[in-house]
Design a protein around this ligand. Sequence first.
Ligand SMILES: Nc1ncnc2c1ncn2[C@@H]1O[C@H](COP(=O)(O)OP(=O)(O)OP(=O)(O)O)[C@@H](O)[C@H]1O
Ligand SMILES: [Mg+2]
Ligand SMILES: [Zn+2]
Length: 286
Amino acid sequence: MATCEHAAAAGGQTAPMRFEENSLSEVKRVIAVLSGKGGVGKSLVTGSLAVELARGGAKVGILDADITGPSIPRMFGMGGRHAHGLGNLLLPEISASGIKVMSSNLLLQNETDPVLWRGPVIAGAIKQFWSDTSWGPLDYLLVDMPPGTGDVALTVFQSLPVDGIVVVTSPQDLVSMIVAKAVNMADKMSVPVLGVVENMSYVQCPDCGRAIEIFGESKLDEVAAGYGLKVLDRLPIDPALAAACDAGTLETELASGTLPLALAACRAVEAHEVEAPGEAPAADAE
Ligand SMILES: Nc1ncnc2c1ncn2[C@@H]1O[C@H](COP(=O)(O)OP(=O)(O)OP(=O)(O)O)[C@@H](O)[C@H]1O
Ligand SMILES: [Mg+2]
Ligand SMILES: [Zn+2]
């Protein structure tokens, strides 16, 4: 039986069950955006990469795996919208520029309802967002991960055919620890880390344009080099960007070329082979 590189992730021990893709979805690349902790800008990076990929003509979806803290729909002006069904499948909502989004936020009665679901239900939601969602043909499905490297992240990596990971850090982070955690998780799952984006890296002086590193000199280069990782991009603190996310206008407001290296890294990911239905990763990869 043919095995893909994901099969190797099973590592010969208990093979995790891969969630099945449905017949209406044809997702070529799955890229997860991960960070060691919350609030560093994963969702912003996920949304921005989606916008840039879509602007380049790619078919793009975002699976909002942050089930208890979903923030993608709002960023795309979908606050208050509800996902519809088609037979047994859910249909993602589609943004103005054609980006497909599935999020727990689109399944709640009221946008402000707290999501109090527990672990198994959360894993079930991730499964729904993959197996029971009609994504159609997609060049890229970006997965906005919940904060940290805990159970939900593990579920995503074990259950979806993730092709690459973009790690997001901020200068206030204990960068080395966070990069280590992300790298360990990626290693265990045999998923390549495409590189690291440092968000809120500096502030640009409005007068002279000079970059002011308000959190001190970044240690990211050193740390990344220690793990053989690429530093992709550094994003400044930009109040206009935060305002656009809040107002749901990221698609129109995002400046082109905001994350050039991360974008290139996503584009360099090769399409994975579609797994035949029921073809879970083999326990003993050859
Ligand atoms: N470079 C930036 N400049 C200004 N504001 C930013 C920047 N990056 C993120 N923000 C703002 O900071 C907040 C947190 O960002 P975001 O939601 O993307 O982080 P996150 O890592 O996804 O958080 P969570 O862990 O809660 O999911 C948001 O309000 C966002 O608009
Ligand atoms: Mg988020
Ligand atoms: Zn200045």
